[in-house]
Design a protein around this ligand. Structure first.
Ligand code: FAD
Length: 494
C-alpha cells in the first residue's frame, strides 16, 4: 500500500508493529521480507518516487577537513535510495575483515564471516547477482581462457567481484511494496526526530515532516533506522530533546569512525610479454558477470601489518580521472584482448577506523529545520603505508617470477604518510558511524544491530561496520539487513 504523506491531514497519527525509516538498499531489503506477514509494517521514505532538487538539497553538508564529493551528490533522497545510481560492484568481505588485528586499532567485529555466510547467499538474489561463488577457480572453469597470473599463491590471490545489473531497487521492487497489504509505504515522510520515553530506554514515537510543511506522528513497537550512514548518524544526533548528546550517543560514538574506501591509481606495470588477463578484465554488468582483482592473502597482511586492499589492472588508455564507477564505459573484453603489456594498477583499500574521522551536526539547518550533517574525513599513516607495501610486494613478485616490472607512483614514495594527492578519490562508500560492538562503551549497536541502551531501536546499513574491508559495502549491508530482519521475525515480533 502506498500513501503520499503530503495528502494526510496535519498531525495524523500512524501506528504499526514495525517501522522502517528509509527505503534504500537496507530498508527495502528488510521491508520485502515482511510482505504478506501478519504484522503491520510502516515504511517511511523521505522522498518521492523520482529525484527532486528540493529533496537532494536536504542532504547538503560540508566536507570540513579535507576535500570530498559534494555530500548531496553522494546519496539519493528518494524511493530506492542510492541504488538508483549505484554501480553494482559486489564482493563479500574476507574472513580477516571481521577479525581483531593487533596492527589495526579498533578492529574486530563481534560476528564472523561464518555468521554472515547464509545471508550473503540470500543477498545475491536481492541484488540480482549470479551464483554465490567467489572462488576464482569457479570462474576460471566457467569460461575458457580465464586464468590467474602465476603469482605465489601463499602471498597473492585473485579476489572476485560480481556485477549486479545494477539492481535499481526502487524500480525492481516498487510493485511488490506498493501492492502489499501489510507494508504501508509513506512517501514524503521525512523523519526529523526519534522521540524516546522519559527514561530514554526505548523509542516511543517519530516526528515526521513533509516537504510542504505538515507534521505527523508515527508509533510502532520496533523501529529500524535505514537512512544511510551519514543520515542515520544525523538523525540519532539530532534526536536530542531528551538525550542531550543524541540517541545512542552516551559514549560519544555516533558519527565517529566514518570510513570510506581509498580508490586511486598507485602503480603501473610493464609485463615482459602480453599476458592472458581475461580473468582480470571488466566483463560488463549482469548476473554471472565477474572479474578478479589482485589481492594479498590474510597471512601476508598479518606479516606486514597492513590493511586489506586489492588492485585492478586497467588498460593504459582508460580515460582518467574516472568520474565515478557508474559513469565509466567498460569495454566488453573476451578471452584474448588485444595483446598489451602496459597496465595501470588501481587500488581499492579499506580505511583504518579512526575516531577523528566523523560526521558532525552543523549550525546550519535544512528546509525542514533539521541540522545539516558535515563530514570531517581524516586518515591515518597506515592507510597510505599499506597501499605502498602492497605495490612493493607485488613489484618484488613480478621481478621474482620474471613477469615484468612495476613502477610505484611518486605520491606513494614521497616519504610522508600523512600527505595525500589531490587526485585521491573515495568509492562513494560511507561506513562505520554506528559501529557494532558487544561493549556499549565501544560501539553504538550490539551484534543484533540494536542501539545499546534502547530496547526497540535498530540500525540497518554500513554504518554498523567496525572496519570497512576492501570490498564495496552494499552486498554486506544487504546481508546484515536480512540477518536483522530474521532476528526481529524470530525473536522480537513473533
Ligand atoms: C555513484 C555511486 C556508486 C556506487 N557504487 C557502488 C558499487 O558499485 N557497489 C557497492 O557495493 N556500493 C556502491 N555504492 C554505495 C551504495 O549505493 C550504498 O552502499 C547503498 O545504497 C547504501 O544503502 P542504504 O540503504 O544504507 O542507503 P540508501 O540506499 O541511500 O537509502 C537510504 C534511504 O533513506 C531515505 N532517507 C534518508 N533520510 C531519511 C529520513 N530522515 N526519513 C525518511 N527517509 C530517509 C533516503 O531517501 C533513501 O531512500 C555506490 C554509491 C554511489 C553514490
Amino acid at each position: 500500500m502506498h500513501i503520499d504523506a503530503r495528502t494526510l491531514d496535519a498531525d495524523t497519527l500512524i501506528e504499526g508493529d514495525l517501522c522502517i525509516i528509509g527505503a534504500g538498499a537496507a530498508g527495502l531489503s528488510i521491508a520485502l521480507e515482511w510482505v504478506g506477514r501478519g504484522q503491520k509494517v510502516i515504511l517511511l521514505e523521505g522522498g518521492g518516487f523520482t529525484i527532486e532538487e528540493r529533496m537532494q538539497a536536504l542532504y547538503r553538508g560540508e566536507a570540513l577537513d579535507r576535500p570530498y564529493y559534494p555530500l548531496q551528490a553522494t546519496r539519493l533522497h528518494f524511493f530506492g535510495g542510492t541504488t538508483n545510481h549505484w554501480a553494482g560492484w559486489s564482493s563479500p568481505y574476507d574472513p580477516i575483515d571481521f577479525e581483531k588485528r593487533d596492527w589495526v586499532p579498533h578492529s574486530g567485529w563481534p560476528i564472523t564471516r561464518a555468521h554472515l555466510d547464509p545471508f550473503y547467499v540470500r543477498a545475491q538474489k536481492v541484488l540480482e547477482l549470479g551464483a554465490h561463488d567467489f572462488e576464482a577457480a569457479y570462474w576460471e572453469k566457467l569460461q575458457p581462457g580465464r586464468e590467474r597470473l602465476p603469482l605465489d599463491g601463499k602471498a597473492f590471490f585473485p579476489k572476485m567481484w560480481q556485477f549486479s545489473p545494477p539492481t535499481r531497487m526502487g524500480t525492481v521492487y516498487r510493485d511488490a511494496i506498493v501492492k502489499s497489504e501489510n507494508v504501508h509505504l509513506y512517501t514524503y515522510a521525512k523523519v526529523v526526530e526519534i522521540l524516546p520515553n522519559e527514561n530514554v530506554t526505548a523509542a516511543e514515537s517519530l516526528r515526521v515532516k513533509t516537504i510542504d510543511g505538515k507534521e505527523h506522528k508515527v508509533r510502532a513497537k520496533q523501529y529500524i533506522t535505514a537512512c544511510s550512514a551519514i543520515h542515520n548518524s544525523r538523525l540519532l544526533l539530532a534526536s536530542n530533546s531528551r538525550a542531550r548528546a543524541g540517541l545512542g550517543n552516551d559514549h560519544d560514538l555516533v558519527g565517529r569512525f566514518f570510513m570510506e574506501h581509498f580508490e586511486v591509481f598507485g602503480a603501473q606495470v610493464v609485463f615482459a610479454q602480453p599476458q592472458p588477463l581475461a580473468l582480470y578484465m571488466h566483463p560488463g554488468f549482469g548476473a554471472g558477470r565477474a572479474r578478479a582483482e589482485l589481492a594479498l592473502t590474510s597471512e601476508t597482511q598479518r606479516q606486514h601489518k597492513i590493511l586489506n586492499g586489492t588492485s585492478s589492472l586497467s588498460i593504459y588508455a582508460t580515460p582518467t580521472p574516472r568520474k565515478s564507477e557508474s559513469q565509466v564505459n567498460f569495454p566488453e573484453v573476451g578471452p584474448n584482448p588485444t595483446p598489451q603489456t602496459v597496465y595501470r594498477l588501481f587500488t581499492r583499500q579499506e580505511q583504518a577506523p579512526n575516531r577523528d574521522s566523523r560526521i558532525v551536526l552543523g549550525a546550519e539547518k535544512d528546509e525542514l529545520d533539521m541540522p545539516r550533517a558535515n563530514l570531517r574525513l581524516n586518515f591515518t599513516p597506515n592507510d597510505k603505508r599499506s597501499i605502498r607495501v602492497f605495490y612493493e610486494l607485488l613489484g618484488q613478485e613480478m621481478g621474482r617470477t620474471g613477469l615484468g616490472r612495476l613502477q610505484i607512483l611518486d605520491w606513494l614514495l614521497d616519504g610522508d604518510d600523512n600527505a595525500w594527492p589531490a587526485h585521491l578519490r573515495g568509492g562513494w562508500h560511507h561506513m562505520g558511524t554506528a559501529r557494532m560492538h558487544d561493549d556499549p562503551k565501544q560501539g553504538v549497536v550490539d551484534p543484533n544491530c540494536k542501539v545499546h541502551g534502547l530496547a526497540n531501536l535498530y540500525v540497518a546499513g554500513s554504518d554498523v561496520y567496525p572496519t570497512s574491508g576492501a570490498a564495496n559495502p552494499t552486498l554486506t549491508l544487504v546481508s546484515l539487513a536480512l540477518r536483522l530482519s530474521d532476528h526481529l521475525k524470530t525473536k522480537v515480533l513473533v
